[in-house]
Design a protein around this ligand. Structure first.
Ligand code: PMP
Length: 287
């Protein structure tokens, strides 16, 4: 079924949804994005995603072209138009089409941003079989730019990382910088060691995951101990458990790192419980 896509105020069949070859998103990766999951036809963590969108744009000297309520209405309309029960809404805002290629930012008064939204239907998202078996990751050097806290569309290296993992017969890659794990290619990374959940502290070294914030809140509410600090690959391999979080995978156990089993080599109790809590609570709070 052809999707209905939102492009700058228009609702179009996907084959007719187009942006200019001069769009700075296309020429310079000059844009940011958000992915909001949908469960039961409702949006999970919408306000967190909206707040991060505004922040990412601000860091790139752009104003958010839509207010919280207007963008929410567009999200709800695209979910309804495409009959999404479980899946995702992808949103991208770029610095627009100045009509030519130039490194200098165009005057925003003359060049409005490009706003695109589309949906991805993922029936069974909450019942992912991978959550029962866990995933296997490899490590790769983190050679991304230094502003990973801005959710830009520069996803070539994460994409290459996933390909390296795939070639190695694994599911994903954790990135390493100065001997420490930064994050997964499209997710935040965690271990469970000494009875504590350990995940890297927030800085420009990692994306400030919306799922991360929710999961850490739920963990603390459930009296689990949380430590926000960097950890090494060796510490992760020797940990009792490992897992990742993201809007599209929720909480996903990691059972192997660079060929080494983590804990028993099966999804651990902390990751399993956090996945249940996250899905239950976020589904309840979805709007
Ligand atoms: N880190 C990176 C590099 C990511 O790309 C993502 C997902 N886009 C995340 C972490 C997780 O963020 P969120 O929980 O907001 O999806």
């Amino acid at each position: 079924m052809s999707r209905i896509v939102y492009v700058n105020g228009d609702w179009l069949p996907e084959a007719e949804a187009k942006v200019s070859v001069f769009d700075r998103g296309f020429l310079m990766a000059d844009g940011v994005y958000e992915v909001t999951s949908v469960l039961g036809g409702r949006l999970m963590d919408y306000d967190g995603h909206y707040a991060r969108l505004v922040r990412s744009l601000k860091e790139l000297d752009m104003d958010c072209p839509l207010g919280r309520d207007d963008l929410l209405a567009i999200h709800r309309e695209i979910v309804a138009k495409n009959g999404i029960d479980e899946g995702m809404v992808y949103l991208q805002v770029t610095r627009g089409n100045p009509g030519d290629r130039d490194f200098v930012f165009p005057d925003p008064a003359a060049t409005p941003p490009t706003v695109v939204l589309f949906t991805q239907s993922k029936p069974g998202l909450a019942e992912s079989p991978a959550a029962k078996t866990g995933i296997r990751v490899i490590s790769i050097p983190d050679i991304r730019w230094g502003r990973r806290d801005i959710k830009t569309v520069q996803l070539l290296y994460p994409s290459m990382g996933k390909m390296l993992a795939k070639k190695a017969g694994c599911d994903d890659a954790w990135m390493i910088e100065d001997g420490l794990v930064t994050e997964g290619t499209s997710n935040n990374a965690y271990i469970v060691t000494g009875g504590r959940i350990v995940t890297r502290d927030l800085s420009s070294d990692i994306l400030h995951g919306i799922t991360r914030a929710a999961v850490l809140r739920f963990a603390r509410e459930a009296q689990m101990e949380v430590e926000e600090r960097p950890f090494t690959l060796a510490e992760a391999q020797a940990a009792d458990e490992a897992f990742i979080t993201s809007a599209s995978t929720f909480v996903m156990p990691v059972v192997e790192i660079d060929g080494q089993a983590v804990g028993a080599g099966t999804p651990g109790p902390v990751a399993t419980r956090l996945r249940e809590i996250y899905i239950e609570e976020s589904r309840r709070a979805a709007i």
